[in-house]
Structures are given as C-alpha cells and as structure tokens.
Design a binder for this molecule. Structure first.
Ligand code: NDP
Length: 290
C-alpha cells in the first residue's frame, strides 16, 4: 500500500524533499508518495493547522515542515500533541507524525542532520568556536545537536538582536537540564547584532532566510573583520553570496544540500523505521543539481 508524505512551506517549489524521500524509498523498497504543499501564511496559522489536520485525518504518514511554519508546528504540538523537552525548548518542529495512540508528535531533525553532514565532511566540532547567523527556527533547531557535538562557543548573531539575546537567556536558564552530563567542554553562549559580529571563528553557519529572497541583493551586512576556516550556508540550489564571500577569504565552504539530505534521512527513519544511506542520495543530488 502506498504511504503518503508531504512537505509544507511557503515558498515550497524549490524544495527537493520529494526527490530525496523517493530515493530513500527506492533504497529500502517502499512504495511512497511525497508531495509539496504550498500553504498560505495567515496571522494565526489557521491554514497551516487545517492542512496538517486534513493530511493526517486522510491517512497521511508523515509531514515535513519548512519555512515559515516550524514555529506553527511547535505550537500545534504544544496545544494538541506532544514533543520532547529539547524540541519544546527549540520551539521549532520540522517532522510530524502520529504515534500508536494517534497523538500528533513533533520532532526536529535539522540539527542532527547538520551535524551528520559536517562530520561526514570532516569538519571537527569538539572544542570549536561557532557563529550562527540568524535566530529563527533553523538556528534554534541546531542548538542541542551542536552542543552535543561538544562545540565550546556559540555566538548567535541576528538582524534583530533582541531575538538572539532572548534565545540565549532562555537556553542559559533551561538548557542545562537537558545537556549531556558527561560534556567535556565548558560552553560559552553569546549574542550580538549581525553587522557587529567580528573576529575569527572555526565555523560560521548562515541560518538566515536571506537566500530565499528574490531581491537580487541577498548579501548579508557582514563585517570585514569577520573570518573563519569553514563557512556553511543552510540554503542550497542557488548562488550563495555568503559562501562566495568566505571562499574569497580562503575558507572551505558548503551549501545546505547535505543537511537537507541528512535531516530527511532521520525523518524517514522516524516515519518508516528504515535507516537509509544518506551519502549515496547526497551524491546523486549533487550530480543532478551542481
Ligand atoms: P525563520 O523565518 O524562522 O528565520 C529567519 C531568520 O533569518 C531570522 O533570524 C531573520 O532575522 C533572518 N533574516 C531574514 N531575512 C534577513 C535579511 N534580509 N537579513 C538578515 N537576516 C535576515 O527561518 P528558518 O530559521 O526556518 O530558516 C532559515 C534558513 O535556513 C532558510 O533559508 C531555510 O531554507 C534554511 N534551512 C535549511 C535546511 C536544510 O536542510 N538545508 C533546514 C532548515 C532551514 P530577524 O529575526 O531579524 O527577522
């Protein structure tokens, strides 16, 4: 019997999730349908909630959630479902499914997907100084997996600095309850305005949604005194001025296609119980799209 999956977002036409999940299904011999759903953005996310309810009431197995609905998915699970404490603290859900009691469960596989991709590329994380540009769902979602990977410092730099600062304060208060007690490194958390981020980092991760804008001016206001060994852009599938900027300064760079494939592999495992080889699918996607 065909199992049905969707990815909900706005915009959504750029999403490569259908191809990725169909490749996973082929690997393990499952019959699936995976479709993109463009959902209107309304003030209280009514259209999003209706879309999710209709999908699961109609027998859907799993839904991925992308920009700008990860917070809405968190709210839905908070009020009508369940999620782990870590996901609740991140306030960002990218994977939805029903458990055996038909209760809606929210997960976030973005952070673990990012860390799996960084490790696959040999970008060491333990003891490293990391800057994350952005304080939205994607930035919040990668927090726990990065600290599980033993990074030593995270600076969140955001256009609206108050959001990054509130985020740091909240994590400083509650996150220690959910940290691995065997952590070897002290953890330093800071926030600053995006255009005031300066200094030398091991890794800088662009988790802003500037790459989705079609303004033709999608260049972040970065200081000339900012440098790194490695630069990672969560965006993929288009020209990325952020990566060009740091490549010119001698950094190793990567777009977010690998993160996408790895987070998808983790969602697929949650939904179907099947582990897949993400690296093979990433190579297929890179051949097709680069
Ligand atoms: P959100 O809408 O939750 O957050 C957007 C963030 O980007 C905010 O911090 C916002 O700052 C910042 N931002 C938006 N426009 C600009 C701009 N012009 N200049 C500076 N900062 C800006 O989005 P998400 O966090 O969910 O997603 C962020 C990006 O990550 C998207 O491009 C998404 O596609 C990508 N992503 C990729 C994944 C992958 O698997 N490769 C997985 C998850 C996300 P402010 O607070 O000031 O508004």
């Amino acid at each position: 019997m065909t199992q049905h999956f969707i990815v909900i977002g706005n915009p959504i036409e750029h999403s490569k999730s259908p191809q990725i999940h169909k490749a996973f299904a082929e690997q393990v011999g499952l019959d699936i349908e995976y479709n993109r759903v463009l959902c209107p953005i309304d003030e209280h996310y009514e259209s999003f909630f209706t879309t999710v309810r209709a999908f699961f009431c109609g027998g859907g197995v799993g839904a991925n959630v992308t920009v700008p609905f990860k917070y809405a998915a968190y709210e839905l699970c908070l009020n009508h479902g369940d999620m782990s404490k870590r996901v609740a603290l991140s306030r960002s859900v990218n994977t939805l499914y029903l458990d055996e009691h038909k209760q809606l469960i929210g997960e976030n596989t973005d952070g673990a997907g990012l860390v799996n991709h960084l490790k696959e590329m040999g970008w060491a994380l333990a003891g490293r100084k990391v800057a994350i540009l952005g304080a939205g769902g994607a930035a919040r979602g990668v927090f726990f997996p990065l600290i599980d990977a033993e990074v030593e410092e995270i600076v969140f730099a955001n256009r609206t600095v108050e959001k990054a600062t509130a985020f740091i304060n909240e994590f400083t208060e509650y996150a220690p309850l959910f940290l691995n007690p065997d952590r070897k490194h002290m953890l330093s958390l800071k926030s600053c305005p995006l255009d005031q981020l300066e200094g030398e980092f091991d890794i800088i991760i662009n988790a802003t949604s500037i790459g989705l804008e079609d303004t033709g001016k999608n260049q972040l206001p970065l200081s000339e005194n900012l440098s790194c060994q490695y630069a990672y852009d969560m965006m993929y599938g288009r020209e990325l001025p952020f990566l060009q900027h740091f490549a010119q300064k001698g950094a190793k760079v990567s777009d977010g296609l690998g993160m996408l494939v790895h987070q998808a592999a983790l969602s697929f495992e949650i939904w179907t119980g099947n582990m897949v080889d993400a690296q093979i699918v990433l190579q297929q996607m890179q051949r097709k799209y680069s």
